[in-house]
Design a protein around this ligand. Sequence first.
Ligand SMILES: Cc1ncc(C[n+]2csc(CCOP(=O)(O)OP(=O)(O)O)c2C)c(N)n1
Ligand SMILES: CC(=O)[C@@H](O)[C@H](O)COP(=O)(O)O
Ligand SMILES: [Mg+2]
Length: 637
Amino acid sequence: MNAKPETPLLDKVRLPSELRALDEAQLPQLASELRAELIDAVSQTGGHLGAGLGVVELTVALHYVFDTPDDRIIWDVGHQAYPHKILTGRRDRIRTLRQENGLSGFTKRAESEYDPFGAAHSSTSISAGLGMAVARDLNGGRNNVIAVIGDGAMSAGMAYEAMNNAGALDARLIVILNDNDMSIAPPAGAMSAYLARLASGRTYAGVRELGKKLTSYLGRRVDRAITRAVEHARGFVTGGTLFEEMGFFHIGPIDGHNLEHLIPVLKNVRDNGTGPVLIHVVTQKGKGYAPAEAAADKYHGVNKFDVITGAQAKAPANAPSYTKVFAESLVQEAREDDRIVAVTAAMPSGTGLDLFGEAFPSRTFDVGIAEQHAVTFAAGLATEGMRPFVAIYSTFLQRAYDQVVHDVAIQKLPVRFPIDRAGFVGADGPTHCGAFDTAYLASLPDFVVMAAADEAELRHMVRTAAEFDEGPISFRYPRGNGVGVDMPERGQVLEIGKGRIVREGTKVALLSFGTRLKDCLLAAEELGAAGLSTTVADARFAKPLDEDLIRRLARSHEVLVMVEEGSVGGFSSQVLDFLARNGLLDNGLKVRPLTLPDSFVDHANPDKMYVDAGLDSAGIVRAVFAALGKSAQAARA
Ligand SMILES: Cc1ncc(C[n+]2csc(CCOP(=O)(O)OP(=O)(O)O)c2C)c(N)n1
Ligand SMILES: CC(=O)[C@@H](O)[C@H](O)COP(=O)(O)O
Ligand SMILES: [Mg+2]
């Protein structure tokens, strides 16, 4: 275990008010101790590190200059907010980050008054900040509202919707564009190239012009320190930037690691000016920790690691991850069919499309954080006969629901949706839990909705989706590793709307949708041992349902339990609806849906989450006994 860093100055700063009592000359030391504390804490918990390292100085400067929590700081995504948490009364719990009952890995209103807005999905900060600014004005308040948004998050439409509105309202809102020239992967798109041009100072102003311009916004208080800050290194961009055209006063770029530059600029913006202002701050993701600076992903998200070497802990795996199986299967199909193309919204490594991109660079599209566009872009591809796969996390597809309905489903376009991170995701908590996709997709007419029970099934579903041209089709699979089943050389095309019986019994039927199948099989063993002959079926499809299979299970068993890792309203609800409409509930069948709880479940270890949700084998056994009016113990006795 590495020695805990010495942090004599940070030890005296529990809250921002104590930070504000420091002399400005002490701030570089504070920043250095804060960085060491951050590295040490994340080495023990794992989590998002690179983004936080990049905003250490910015965090210190913001809390030094602004009167938080009355002044509101909104961190976009919130993954970079660990230094903010350390400075805002949460240092004593920082080593509980992302663990059960510990601090959230993102900003969270319930956690602290210094977190005025919860996040984890990107590009919400300017909208939320504008709402707060307008509310302040309506209430006659005077506090500042500061939205800190990354260059990656700046690719999402919502950021522009918010700026468009802010420019029109002319509300006093401070936006800090934290430009580290990185998303999770290197950023994609024309906006990123534009920011790079601004940051490289293509358009310099002369000192006089700069002075005039700053004075026009900041009043006469523009001092030499600010002029120096914005002149420094890259120079000051004048006139006609996109942000100015949208009604923002645009300052920068300035060096986001230089407190002597940050503090005078922030103070002057705090004390002067009207209307919305955007400060373009240039930072380095992973700053100040050599292994992070050298890493391709700048240590965006890490496991526990050794501080000296940077080596990350790796859990031993007996099976490949679902993500990898998906990616390799798609590459395999794409070798056979050049109409297959792949789309990701800024998640090439998370979705496995980095592998696809290596094999087929010209058929891979990283559209940036732009889920809505990703879906409609794929719809356009499909209209011209391409076979697009939009590989996306369940939670992020939520953002593109109207595009799924209006652009894809109504037009019956064959867009394929491989849905990763379906179900509990563990440490990222409720914002990233893939709970709702089955409910929101299976309610759409003619949508084909599948879930893979294991990695071999996933391979079949990739092939099935590739060859299905009749309309939209999705298949879901969870975060983490497969079960370790034998893999077919190539996937088979599954019959649409047909499930499979995995084990035959007579009294109890367990109907699984997705990877809970293995717990159903364990439960069936236990039920069998207790004298309850149990059938286990893998539904494969939530839409269209395998009606014959369900009818058979309902008619020939006393108990029918549906098991899924999704919200209420999903697969089980589809089955219940079918049973009710077809009179299959009229003869005393005991039916129990086992779904995710109807609540937002906080971050924890996924295995524990399954137990708490009753979705492990013991929970399934309990549900069967409860349906039969017995306790599990009594039945065993
Ligand atoms: C809507 C949405 N899509 C995707 C993600 C996944 N994601 C989290 S952080 C991130 C990169 C953000 O880049 P940037 O805003 O530049 O922040 P940085 O990590 O560089 O500080 C992505 C793609 C997300 N959180 N929300
Ligand atoms: C903040 C964010 O949205 C991503 O970094 C996310 O945490 C990645 O999750 P995975 O680790 O499951 O890819
Ligand atoms: Mg970035």
